[in-house]
Design a protein around this ligand. Structure first.
Ligand code: ATP
Length: 350
């Protein structure tokens, strides 16, 4: 069992709070992703679990045991960093074997364990190469194999894909997902890339300025963001967000008018996703009408963007749509697809 418990864990440097009362139980074998913009405290949270950083407050347990005072080497966690951390003078085989030597594991099992790890990340053809003779993706796989070979209770991964190019990132991401399914080890994975988070995670923790904003499955976070920040951060593009006024059951702000909105009268932030709205048919009037600001071909669809409510609003249209910048377009935004947030606290209203 390698459940990880964080009980009101904080990290302070002087008066600066890097992580503020992080409180969560990570289930045995769960794949948990810490997600948020640069500086939000993801890496610090992970370093506290690893023992590379002391918690200023709170308790950390791994497998039921309080580990606050344990050295990193005694926590049975294996880390994979974006910078790989390979030994340049050792070849791939020796790099993967290194943790077994350090931990004085019986030499008789080294070869079998190294080969099994190498096979899992498809490194068998490269065992005699030095890190300098490998591509970035291959180096990252050596780092993964070196973590796997230890058979730890917990994997901690800090942006392991961020040094890879876009294509390699997608294939290595798939490999990590497949590995985690096969190995069934509790994993905490740090990223600022919301697509990585959505594709890999059992649950995502969205953080901002040291504070947890929402914890949920990728679907929960996408479908019911807890606040304006999560709504805007998750999704590509993020949710369209409009600040306006509800009166009766109508929402209005400059060139936007949506009837049938269920919210108390007053100022609210209304959000909807680009794929939930549509372009009005010829002759049909939608809820947002404005000149087209930009049109982007996405391959399988076209993104149409107008200026509305003081910002930009995008709607996904079929790929064969014909429109030009400056054309007057109208978007149909059914009230049922709208998310409503308090204009002051920014918290979800329903
Ligand atoms: P990134 O994606 O850029 O790595 P992050 O979410 O992982 O960001 P952290 O590295 O956890 O962020 O840092 C959280 C905050 O704590 C940042 O504002 C950072 O500047 C600050 N911080 C980190 N280490 C220290 C330190 N040793 N002393 C003071 N402040 C620190």
């Amino acid at each position: 069992m390698a459940e990880i418990e964080l009980r009101n864990v904080s990290k302070r440097w002087g008066s600066f709070v890097g992580v503020d009362r992080f409180d969560l139980t990570i289930a045995d074998r769960e794949f948990l992703v810490l997600l948020g913009p640069s500086g939000c405290g993801k890496t610090t949270t992970m370093r506290m679990i690893a023992g590379l950083e002391d918690a200023s407050e709170g308790e950390i347990r791994i497998g039921g045991k309080v580990v606050n005072d344990l050295d990193p080497k005694d926590r049975d966690v294996a880390m994979v960093f974006q910078s790989y951390g390979l030994y340049p003078h050792l070849n791939v085989y020796e790099n993967i074997r290194f943790p077994l030597k350090v931990r004085k594991i019986d030499e008789a099992v080294h070869e079998e364990r190294v080969m099994r790890a190498a096979r899992m990340v498809e490194l068998e053809p490269f065992l005699h190469r030095k890190p300098a003779e490998l591509s970035g993706g291959q180096r990252q796989r050596v780092a993964l194999a070196r973590a796997i070979v230890r058979q730890p209770n917990v994997f901690l991964m800090d942006e392991p894909l961020s040094n890879l190019d876009a294509k390699l990132r997608v294939s290595t991401r798939a490999q990590i997902k497949n590995l985690s399914h096969e190995l069934q080890v509790t994993t905490v994975y740090v990223t600022h890339d919301q697509i990585e988070a959505m594709t890999l995670a059992d649950r995502v923790v969205v953080m901002k300025q040291g504070v947890v904003q929402q914890v949920g499955t990728p679907t929960e976070i996408y479908d019911r963001p807890a606040n304006v920040f999560v709504a805007g951060f998750i999704g590509s593009p993020g949710m369209n967000l409009l600040e306006g006024q509800v009166s009766g059951s109508s929402f209005t702000c400059d060139n936007v008018h949506i009837d049938g909105v269920e919210a108390p009268s007053g100022r609210v932030t209304l959000g909807f996703r680009a794929e939930d709205a549509r372009l009005a048919q010829p002759g049909e009037t939608g809820q947002i009408t404005a000149p087209l600001y930009t049109i982007e071909l996405l391959g399988d669809a076209t993104m149409l963007t107008v200026r509305a409510g003081g910002g930009l609003v995008s709607v996904k249209a079929p790929k064969d749509v014909r429109a030009e910048i400056g054309d007057r377009v109208s978007f149909v935004v059914p009230p049922a697809i709208c998310h409503l947030f308090d204009a002051t606290t920014e918290a979800r209203l329903d």
